[in-house]
Design a protein around this ligand. Structure first.
Ligand SMILES: NC(=O)c1ccc[n+]([C@@H]2O[C@H](COP(=O)([O-])OP(=O)(O)OC[C@H]3O[C@@H](n4cnc5c(N)ncnc54)[C@H](OP(=O)(O)O)[C@@H]3O)[C@@H](O)[C@H]2O)c1
Length: 307
């Protein structure tokens, strides 16, 4: 166990910084349950898919292409697996994924919105919107709202956000700058996309019925492919600090596996977690009016995207 894990210990849930995805799901039987995981081919998504399958689940793995999703099949043991293409920055691909999952017809016990990109150094856009906002938030908004009819009674939507939501603009969401035209900084834009993840889970929680829940979380700081757009120097520094300051991938996937499956959270909704325990996000991320406004803006954005 790392020094940080020892220092941080465990919280009220009985789990903490050092807990792994296997530990938090030990003894949970997921046979006959269907979990959709986005970004299943790498990092935390891959470990989440692996551990859910290990507990017997049928994992629906979504990646940018079906080939990428299919590529992890050999890493999963225990449950069953179906690969799906879902390029979150391409509305046609997201809609096709919704339609294909719909045709398969299985009720979903969990949708884990895990895929993401981070801190792109220069401004990129999809359909006129800043790419991190579009990929991390709008893509998942389309996917989840498209699949809501299929979310089972008591089903859970789990949105992987980040403590980086604290670096979002002062207003939380800059509705007049969703294109990035009026100024762009990579970390601020990432923060905005991650506060959008938390606000989305909050508003979704308010709208859900039939015992269904929606929560957001920070997984920790973990060396994955997420830092791919950083300079080689920064990536080198990350590698140096990893043994003392970072979680392993097994620890990083713990909070999303915990929030998606643990029986103690059956009725917990609209919350934010870190290290498998409740945490208060930035106050702006708890603003119900902002959450409702983001939902309405997201609906308007989706309505004008190509079909
Ligand atoms: N690692 C950390 O320290 C950390 C900290 C806080 C929050 N998070 C969050 O944790 C989540 C998982 O990240 P990770 O660390 O596991 O990073 P990762 O290894 O880079 O995995 C990200 C996944 O998202 C997928 N993805 C990216 N853009 C996509 C798109 N347009 N459409 C579909 N899939 C797309 C990637 O696919 P490709 O491989 O094809 O690009 C990959 O499967 C992210 O939401 C991230 O913001 C991570």
């Amino acid at each position: 166990m790392s020094l940080l894990a020892r220092l941080k210990g465990k919280g009220k849930s009985g789990f903490g910084y050092g807990s792994t995805a296997e530990e938090v799901t030990a003894g949970i039987d997921l046979q006959g349950k269907n979990f959709l995981v986005t970004g299943c081919n790498s990092g935390l998504g891959l470990e989440t898919a692996r551990v859910l399958a290990l507990r017997g689940a049928h994992v629906l793995g979504a990646a940018r292409t079906r080939e990428k999703a299919q590529g992890i099949a050999g890493a999963l043991q225990g449950g069953t697996y179906s690969p799906y293409a879902c390029e979150l920055s391409d509305p046609t691909s997201v809609r096709a994924c919704v339609s294909e999952v719909g045709k398969a017809g299985q009720p979903l016990e969990g949708i884990i919105c895990n895929a993401g990109i981070m801190a792109l150094p220069t401004l990129h856009r999809a359909h006129g919107y800043e790419l991190q906002f579009f990929t991390n938030h709008i893509g998942h908004f389309m996917l989840v709202t498209g699949l809501l009819d299929q979310l089972a009674d008591g089903g859970r939507v789990v949105v992987v956000a980040s403590e980086a939501h604290r670096s979002a603009p002062r207003a939380g969401i800059e509705f007049d700058n969703l294109s990035g035209d009026r100024g762009y900084e990579g970390w601020t834009a990432y923060g905005q996309s991650k506060i959008a993840n938390i606000l989305f889970a909050k508003e979704l929680a308010r709208r859900l019925d039939r015992g269904r829940t929606a929560n957001a979380l920070h997984p920790g700081v973990i060396q994955t492919n997420l830092a791919r757009s950083m300079s080689p120097i920064v990536r080198g520094m990350i590698t140096l600090t990893e043994p003392i300051a970072m979680k392993s991938v097994a620890q990083g996937a713990a909070t999303q596996c915990y929030v998606a499956t643990h029986p103690s959270l059956a009725t917990v909704t609209g919350e934010y977690f870190q290290d498998c325990n409740l945490r208060r996000p930035r106050a702006t991320a708890e603003d119900p009016q902002l959450a409702a406004r983001l939902w309405e803006a997201s609906e308007r954005i989706v309505a004008q995207l190509p079909t």
